[in-house]
Design a protein around this ligand. Sequence first.
Ligand SMILES: [Zn+2]
Length: 469
Amino acid sequence: MTRAWVKALVMIFGLATAARADGLKAGAFAMDVTPKRFPISVNGGMADVQARGANDRLHARCLVLDDGTTTIAIVVVDSCMLPRELVEVAKARASKLTGIPSDHMLVSATHTHSAPTVTGVFQSEPDADYVKYLPGRIADGIKEAHDRRVATRVGFGRAKDETQVFNRRWKREQGLIPPDPFGNTTDKVQMNPGNQAKGLIESAGPVDPELCLVSILTRAGKPLALLANYSLHYVGGNPPLSADYFGAFAERVEQLIAPDAKDFVGIMSNGTSGDVNNINFGTPAVKYGPGERIKVVAESVAKKTAEAYQKIEYRDNVRLAAAVKDLELGVRKPTEKDLERARKILDENKDKKVLVGTAAIYARESELLAKYPDTVPVKLQALRIGDIGIAAIPCEVFTEIGLEIKRSSPLKDTFTIELANGYNGYLPTPAQHALGGYETWRARSSYLEVEAATKIVAAVKELLTGVAK
Ligand SMILES: [Zn+2]
C-alpha cells in the first residue's frame, strides 16, 4: 500500500479510531485476593516468613477504560512481585471473559512485603495453591470492572509529598562498608546503612516525590476510581498478611475524596522505587508501634492527594492506546570460578535448614542463576489515556530511571508503574551498578545485564512515542 493510500484510509477511519462519540466508559472493582489457607509463605526477606492469618485484606484493584474502539485494563495486586507466567495466565483468562486483548492489560504488584509468595526469591518458595488461585481472581476482577463500565470523565492531577521518600543507598567511607556476599570489598554504597551510621557521606541517588493521579468520575460527577502513583518501595511494620501502606492509602483516600460514593476504588501503584524507601538514614531513627508507620505514610500521601484532587480538570472524550514489546536482555550469570566458591560455601552449610548470612544465601542464588538461560525476554508496555502516558517495566526500577522517562516522554503527563507484567529483578543504571551495593548483587533478585536500564529506557521511549501518535 502506498503512503497516500494509508493516509486516505487513516482519514476515512479517522473517526472510528478517534475517541467515541458518546465518550469514555470506565469500570472499577477491588477483588479480594486474600488466601483462605494458613500458614502460608511470605517473601520479602532473605529468610522465609509464615503468615498465620491476615492482618488486613489483600486485593487486586482493577480499572477498565473503554473509548469505544480500544479497551485497556490496569490491575494493581497486593503482592511483592508477580512472575510473568502467572500474569499471563490471568490475562489470558481475563481476555476470554471480556474480549480485551492481553497486550492491553497492565498487571502489577504493589511490592508489599507481607503477601503470599508467588515467585521463588531468596529462601521463599511459591505457594502452589495460591499460585493457582490468584490468576483466576485477577481475571474475575477484570471481568467485574468490565461489566461495571459506565459513562465517565477522566482527569489528571499531580502533587508532591517530599516527606515520605528517601534514597536508601548511601555512599559511605569504604572501609566501613561490609564485604559483599562474594567476598569483595569493592562496594562504594551501602543499602540501609543504619540511622546516622559512622562514615555516611550522602545518599547515592535522587528521590521522586511526585504523586501522579488519574481520576475517574461518572458523567454525573461521582468519584468512581483514583489511580495514584508514588515512588516508595513499601513501608512495613504490619504483621503479615498485609497490603502495607498501599491498602491503607486506598482506604484513607476513599474517606477523604469519596466518603459517600458506593463502590469507589482507590488504587496506589508503585512508581520507580528500587532504591527509595521511607527511612531517612541521615537523621535519628523514629520508633513506631506495629502498623503505625503505615498509617502515618498513608495519611500524609492521601492528604496531599486530596488537596490536588480538588484542582483536577476532566474530559469526557479521550483516546486510549496500548503497545508492548519484548526486549531480549542478557543474564549476569556466575562464572565457573564463582560457582566453585559457591559450592564450597554451600558444602560448609549443608546441615542448615535455613541459610544465615549473605555469603551462604548468595551462594545458593549463584547455583540457581547458573540454570537460567543466557538471555531472557523482558516485557515492556506503554498505555495512553488521552495526554496521560503510563510506562510499565517488570523490574524494581531505580528512581532516576523513572525521572528520565517522565522528562523525555512525548505525552504531557507520564509516569511509570514498576513490577508490572512480570518480574526481572532490580533495575539499576550502569552508573549505579558501578557503585555496587545490595541492589546490584547477582541473584534472582538482580540478574539483568549491566546495560539493561539504558536499553529499557530507549525501548520505553519508543513505545510511548508509538502510543502518542
Ligand atoms: Zn524490593
